[in-house]
Design a protein around this ligand. Structure first.
Ligand SMILES: CC(C)(COP(=O)(O)OP(=O)(O)OC[C@H]1O[C@@H](n2cnc3c(N)ncnc32)[C@H](O)[C@@H]1OP(=O)(O)O)[C@@H](O)C(=O)NCCC(=O)NCCS
Length: 164
């Protein structure tokens, strides 16, 4: 409980650690190293941030810009995971709360702002609660059996960064 979680942008040396977290967090998804590597190469369309505690990488978050580089940006919180042994201590909350302002700051440099955040997740995933409490996201649609189960499409318009 006493560890301080810092959240910073991914660097190249983090990729294999992030891939290892991806592998344990999403067992149905294959080729973790390739998935993370090619996404990381898509910067700035895709931005990764990592959570670090005592020098150890314990989680990551992936933000993806949708539908071109726009002035009014719709960002997808495409993926987020925390190592199983580190869950339940607010790391996901820190990942969202500390990375989103950093993304907003970067976007501001090109004159853009975040219009909304979208998230898709399984309807049985507890993560939905996190998206509502941190971003104010609400479920707008459910697509039955999209990936491995029913998938909720959640949206937070003009997300309120002060919720953190
Ligand atoms: C979803 C996940 C990232 C949450 O990480 P975490 O660090 O444990 O989450 P936090 O500790 O920050 O919890 C944030 C909130 O969710 C709640 N929460 C987290 N896990 C919970 C659980 N299993 N059951 C009930 N509530 C839970 C916390 O109580 C907290 O609520 P609060 O903000 O109202 O206090 C983690 O469980 C994970 O990696 N899961 C596998 C991958 C995944 O499903 N990712 C999301 C879809 S992309």
């Amino acid at each position: 409980m006493s560890q301080v979680t810092s959240v910073r942008p991914l660097v190249a040396n983090d990729i294999e650690h992030v891939a290892a977290i991806h592998q344990v967090a999403f067992p149905r998804q294959l080729e973790s190293l390739l998935w993370i590597s090619c996404n990381a190469a898509a910067y700035p369309r895709i931005r990764y941030f990592v959570a670090v505690e005592d020098g150890r990488l314990v989680g990551y978050i992936q933000w993806t810009e949708k539908s071109g580089f726009r002035e009014e940006v719709v960002l997808e919180l495409e993926q987020m995971a925390v190592l199983p042994e580190n869950r339940g201590r607010g790391i996901a909350r820190a990942l969202i709360g500390q990375s989103l302002p950093q993304v907003a700051c970067e976007l501001e440099k090109r004159g853009a702002r975040i219009k909304g955040v979208m998230i898709t997740t399984r309807t049985d995933n507890v993560a939905q609660r996190i998206y509502t409490s941190t971003l104010g996201a609400v479920t707008k649609a459910v697509i039955p059996d999209l990936y491995s189960a029913d998938e909720a499409i959640m949206i937070a318009l003009s997300p309120d960064f002060s919720r953190e």
